[in-house]
Structure formats: structure tokens, C-alpha cells
Write a protein that binds this ligand. Structure first.
Ligand code: PLP
Length: 340
């Protein structure tokens, strides 16, 4: 048995999900004729109370398309300094959209309306034109931290007053929605566009969905084609997204509970200095001297538990639907008895 806590991207489709994929009705989606892709896009748009949606191969592509549609070359995009769109998309916003980022030191990945307001450039020919704010919920580098909706509302007000678009990198948005007992429609009201990963905690092997207004999605569809993301009989993959939206959202609570249970035992170990608050399915814990993150990760690997040392002093564990109660118990027993 391998307990893979490196990421919630490692999930494998269940046999029910694979069944749904095999039975999908498909067509050429570039012609708009794939019934299953159309169904997924309609479902996602309705779920968020927005007008339209676009199925994309990856969350990175969803974000990059959104940035491209919301900006012009030379513009500036405001985001947290740890944001995925800045840290982990290969410099994509510069490469694909010719824009630069204005980085804000947030609180575990979350920025405030005051910080956004202070980062907007004046109307001055020397300055880049600020056109977009990107938020991330949950925040990956924030250890799965969640925004308060009231804080997002305040950011939206600043955006409205300054003619800025507001995009949500919601790769793990459903984790936040479940943890905070919110509804997707509350997010649909606050953002101009939202990207959601299907390939993480929702358990799909592939896929992401970008949601927005009719006009936004029309432009996004063109950009997706330009980026090489226009797929043909994509319904075989979209079918797992339909399955996931129906079956795999509520169960995310189990992953959150598992994360809290492991975290409450990690804190008892000799090698743990502290943990970021565990709000959803991500645990980030700090290793104290004389131990090192790589050493602890290696010791766990010896016991068939995989986790990523994300810095010399920090390890990340991510819970997901592939982790059974027996595995959680095994992880707890192992960390409490680790021989270092
Ligand atoms: C995983 C992730 C993405 C991108 O997803 P891919 O499908 O792997 O490209 C975007 N944003 C955040 C916060 C993520 O964690």
C-alpha cells in the first residue's frame, strides 16, 4: 500500500466514473456538437448562476485564457505573491498575454481590498495600466486557506470603482465552498470569471472549467483555440466532470476531516515545529531543527507515505478521495512512531 499525499492531482478515476466516461455521447466539440461537453458547460454555468462556461484541458489553461481575455499587452495584474498564476504557470501571463504582475504580500495567500486599492496604478503614461485582479480560493501556498466572502465583496467594490476585472483561480474552490458551507452562486455574483479544477479533489483524471458571462466565454472560446485547447470528442473526458459535479463535491468534507485528524497528531511529534491552520484538505507543517524537511519526507517514503518537502523546512500533505480511513490511521500510527 502506498499512501500518496503529494497532491490531490494523483487521484485515479473510480470504476463508476470510468463507466460514465465509456457511456458518454460525444461529437466534435470544436463544432459545438459534443453533447457531454455541452452538458458539463451548462451544468457548471447553472451551478454558479453565471451565463456560460468553457471546458478546458487544465486549470493553467483556464487561468491563462481568463488573463488573456481580461487584459491588453502592457497591462498590470494584481495578485498575491504566492499566487499560482504567478508562481506556477511558467511565466504564462507574460508569455501569453504580455502583462506584468503586481505582487501583494497577503495573509496565507489572501489579499485585502485596501492592499488592492493601494496597488492600482494612477492614470499616468509612465505606469502600466492596471486591469485585472486575480484571487485564489483556496490558496495552495496558504495551506488551503479560505477567503471570507465579505473580504471578496470589498475587493469587488474596489474593482468596480476602478474599472478592473476580477478573476478567481478556484482550482480548489469546492473545498472552500464545502468547508465554509457556502454556495457556488455566491461566487458567481462576485467574480467576472472563475476557473475550477476537475482534476484535483473532484477526482477527474483531467480537465478544468472556466465560467463567466456569455460575452466573456465567447472570447475565451476563441483564445482556447489559439492556445491549442480546442478538443474534438472531448465528451469522454467531460463525462467524468459531469460525474464529479454530481457525486464528488459533498464528500470533500471527508478529506478536510482526515486532514485535521492527521494534523492534530503531527503536532505531537518531535520533528514538527508548527502547522499552518488546517482549513481544508492541505496540511503544511514546519520541521524543527535538528531535523530537515527532506529527511522527514525520506523517512516517510521508507514507510510508503509520500509527501512533498516544499521548502528546506516545510512539508505539504494533501488529502483526497484516494485516501481511505485505514490509510489515515496508518499515517497517524507511522508519524507517531517514526524512528529518526
Ligand atoms: C493545480 C492548480 C492550478 C492549475 O491546475 P492544472 O490543471 O494542474 O494546470 C491552478 N491554480 C491552483 C491554485 C492550483 O492548485
Amino acid at each position: 500500500m502506498i499512501v500518496d499525499l503529494r497532491s490531490d492531482t494523483v487521484t485515479q478515476p473510480t470504476s463508476e466514473m470510468l463507466d460514465a466516461m465509456l457511456r458518454a455521447h460525444v461529437g466534435d466539440d470544436v463544432f459545438g456538437e459534443d453533447a457531454t461537453v455541452n452538458l458539463l458547460e451548462t451544468m457548471a454555468a447553472e451551478l454558479f448562476g453565471m451565463e456560460a462556461a468553457l471546458y478546458c484541458p487544465t486549470g493553467t489553461m483556464s487561468n491563462q485564457i481568463a488573463i488573456k481575455v481580461h487584459t491588453q499587452p502592457g497591462d498590470e495584474v494584481i495578485c498575491d505573491q504566492t499566487a499560482h498564476v504567478y508562481q506556477y504557470e511558467g511565466g504564462g501571463m507574460a508569455f501569453n498575454s504580455g502583462v506584468q504582475s503586481r505582487l501583494i504580500p497577503g495573509n496565507r495567500g489572501r489579499i485585502t481590498a485596501d492592499q488592492v486599492a493601494a496597488a492600482i496604478n494612477p492614470d499616468d503614461v509612465h505606469k502600466a495600466h492596471t486591469s485585472l485582479v486575480c484571487l485564489e480560493n483556496t490558496s495552495n501556498r496558504g495551506g488551503g486557506s479560505c477567503y471570507d466572502l465579505s473580504d471578496i465583496q470589498q475587493i469587488r467594490t474596489v474593482c468596480d470603482n476602478n474599472n478592473l476585472s476580477l478573476h478567481l483561480d478556484g482550482a480548489r474552490l469546492f473545498n472552500a465552498i464545502v468547508a465554509r458551507n457556502e454556495s457556488p452562486k455566491q461566487y458567481g455574483e462576485l467574480f467576472h470569471s472563475i476557473s475550477v479544477c476537475l482534476n484535483k479533489g473532484l477526482g477527474c483524471p483531467i480537465g478544468s472549467i472556466l465560467i463567466g458571462s456569455q460575452a466573456f466565454i465567447k472570447k475565451a472560446r476563441r483564445v482556447r483555440k489559439v492556445f491549442g485547447g480546442g478538443m474534438r470528442q472531448a465528451g469522454y473526458m467531460a463525462a467524468c466532470g459531469v460525474y464529479a459535479l454530481k457525486n464528488n463535491i459533498i464528500r470533500l468534507q471527508q478529506d478536510h476531516d482526515n486532514a485535521k485528524e492527521i494534523a492534530s497528531n503531527l503536532i505531537k511529534t518531535t520533528f514538527t515545529a508548527g502547522l499552518l491552520p488546517v482549513e481544508t484538505n492541505i496540511i503544511i507543517f514546519e520541521i524543527q531543527p535538528p531535523f530537515q524537511a527532506a529527511q522527514i519526507a525520506a523517512a516517510l517514503k521508507e514507510k510508503n507515505i509520500l509527501a512533498i518537502p516544499i521548502s528546506p523546512t516545510h512539508i505539504r500533505m494533501v488529502l483526497h478521495l484516494g485516501i481511505t480511513p485505514a490509510m489515515v490511521q496508518y499515517v497517524i500510527d507511522t508519524i507517531l512512531s517514526l524512528n529518526l
